[in-house]
Design a protein around this ligand. Structure first.
Ligand code: ADP
Ligand code: MG
Length: 247
């Protein structure tokens, strides 16, 4: 198998902030339809890794290939356009718009607040919005102002705003932080379902949640990979227990 068979191949990836390597010669390979969870102590470089993949931060060295295409030279919006969606820790939704409008505005043809002014609400857009709303458990809240949703529902809405763009790689930074037990269960269900059609990378600290969703776990420490494999394997790894799970 060549490396181009992976959905995502990260090789020798390094970013240096004034000499401090937040990500240090990292290799990471994610399969199609894989749900990978990245764990590790605070400051390990997890968020920076996602910043590098989505182009928010430029690599100092190394390569990031998505479906064989090099991303490190592309601008952030071109990376989005090539099929990479990324959710940040805090949901960025339009609080004054309805759930429906938030999803509609994120539909590829109507992207952006200004683009939406000239956006026509065609039957296929309405249908797609309804289908995504169903997936993210908000079908009964389409007319609700997004600012009135619970914290967990806002997180789902933002996932929906990414799903409506049909990304082939979806990256989520701590998606269940602040969610209720029930919302966590539903989110696990949602993530298992959405990786049937794409690859997903999740950063998460809640180990029960990780256990429930992960195909494979990558443990980062000081910008490097400390361990990788099944949940059982990394949980039993003495180095992982020492720097992360033991605390
Ligand atoms: P994690 O998400 O694993 O908690 P981060 O990726 O946010 O860790 O941060 C990794 C390290 O890189 C931290 O020490 C952080 O302070 C540093 N860092 C992240 N972004 C920058 C930046 N833009 N400039 C300088 N240092 C940064
Ligand atoms: Mg982080």
């Amino acid at each position: 198998m060549t490396n181009n068979d992976f959905m995502l191949s990260v090789e020798d990836l390094t970013v240096s902030f004034d000499g401090f390597k937040a990500v240090d010669a990292l290799n990471l390979y994610v399969d199609r339809n894989e749900l990978r969870v990245v764990i590790g102590p605070n400051g390990a470089g997890k968020t920076t890794l996602l910043d590098l993949i989505c182009g928010k931060t430029k690599a100092t060295a190394g390569s990031i290939r998505f479906k064989g295409k090099e991303l490190t030279k592309l601008a952030e919006h071109d990376i989005v356009r090539s099929g990479v969606g990324r959710k940040f820790q805090n949901p960025s939704i339009y609080e004054n718009l309805s759930v429906f409008e938030n999803l509609e505005i994120s539909f590829p043809r109507g992207r952006g607040v200004f683009g939406s002014l000239a956006f026509r609400r065609t039957p296929d857009v309405v249908e797609r919005v309804q289908a995504v709303a169903e997936e993210i458990f908000l079908a009964d809240h389409l007319d609700m102002e997004a600012g009135l949703l619970s914290h967990g529902q806002k997180q789902w809405l933002e996932i929906g705003m990414l799903l409506i763009q049909s990304p082939e790689l979806l990256m989520l930074d701590e998606p269940v932080a602040g969610m209720s037990v029930k919302e966590r269960e539903l989110t696990a269900e949602l993530l298992k379902r959405i990786c049937l059609n794409r690859s997903v990378i999740v950063i998460e600290h809640d180990m029960d949640f990780v256990q429930r969703i992960a195909h494979k776990v990558t443990v980062l420490h000081q910008g490097k990979m400390l361990a990788e494999g099944s949940m059982e394997k990394v949980q039993a790894d003495p180095r992982v227990i020492e720097v992360y799970l033991g605390h």
